[in-house]
Design a binder for this molecule. Structure first.
Ligand SMILES: Cc1cc2nc3c(=O)[nH]c(=O)nc-3n(C[C@H](O)[C@H](O)[C@H](O)COP(=O)(O)O)c2cc1C
Length: 192
């Protein structure tokens, strides 16, 4: 993967590891991200945002349905990260197979076991070039397990050796796609 001193500083802005699930037209899916942000300071208007690359199956399902669920995970849920975050649902028949889920609002799967689950309705989107920033209104929150939270730092520091090569290959491939798509961003400058 590409990196430099500035990017290593920027990586410290990663969110905890989040599993995002989605559903549309009878298809369900899940992915992993570490780019979720609390997008509110008020419990009266609970919101969060996620940064989802446009080529992911999850992007397509969230775009079409206007819904997703975001889950914080526990430190012992590396298996969920591997199952959802290393291969696209475009190449897997049922990416959530074997992960116990119940059906949430709008048919979106909600992981039975997680640290916390937030069911969201998309309020707005921002075109970020290679990705879309989905702003979600949280329509239901579920408290889950009380173990230690799985952070991005913890995940990287404890990445099993057997997964490292695949993780870095996926990272590199995503960075190459970004190089192509970043150039076509319709940048809007405030005040221009
Ligand atoms: C630790 C980790 C962090 C990730 N962060 C992001 C992210 O912030 N945004 C994103 O679009 N993909 C991210 N990914 C990659 C997707 O989870 C992965 O490509 C997934 O297979 C996409 O699935 P889909 O095509 O089935 O939707 C991350 C993966 C891992 C393992």
């Amino acid at each position: 993967m590409l990196t430099n001193d500035s990017y290593e500083l920027l990586r410290q802005l990663a969110s905890p590891i989040v599993a995002v699930t989605s559903a549309h037209g009878g298809r369900t899916n899940g992915m992993i991200l570490d780019s979720a942000v609390r997008a509110t300071i008020s419990p009266e208007h609970p919101r969060l945002s996620v940064y989802v690359h446009k080529w992911h199956l999850s992007h397509e399902l969230i775009w079409a349905s206007g819904r997703f669920a975001a889950h914080l995970l526990d430190q012992d849920q590396f298996d969920v990260v591997h199952q959802l975050g290393f291969r696209s649902g475009r190449n897997v028949a049922d990416k959530l197979a074997g992960i116990p889920c119940r059906v949430g609002e709008g048919g979106v799967p909600v992981l039975e076991r997680c640290h916390a689950a937030f069911e969201c309705r998309v309020l707005n989107t921002m075109d970020a070039g290679p990705a879309t920033l989905y702003l979600g209104e949280i329509v239901a929150t579920h408290a889950g397990t009380t173990g230690a939270l799985l952070t991005a730092d913890y995940f990287r520091a404890n990445l099993p050796e057997a997964w490292r090569e695949e993780f870095l290959k996926n990272y590199r491939e995503a960075q190459e796609r970004i190089r192509d798509l970043a150039a076509v961003t319709d940048v809007r400058r405030w005040g221009a």
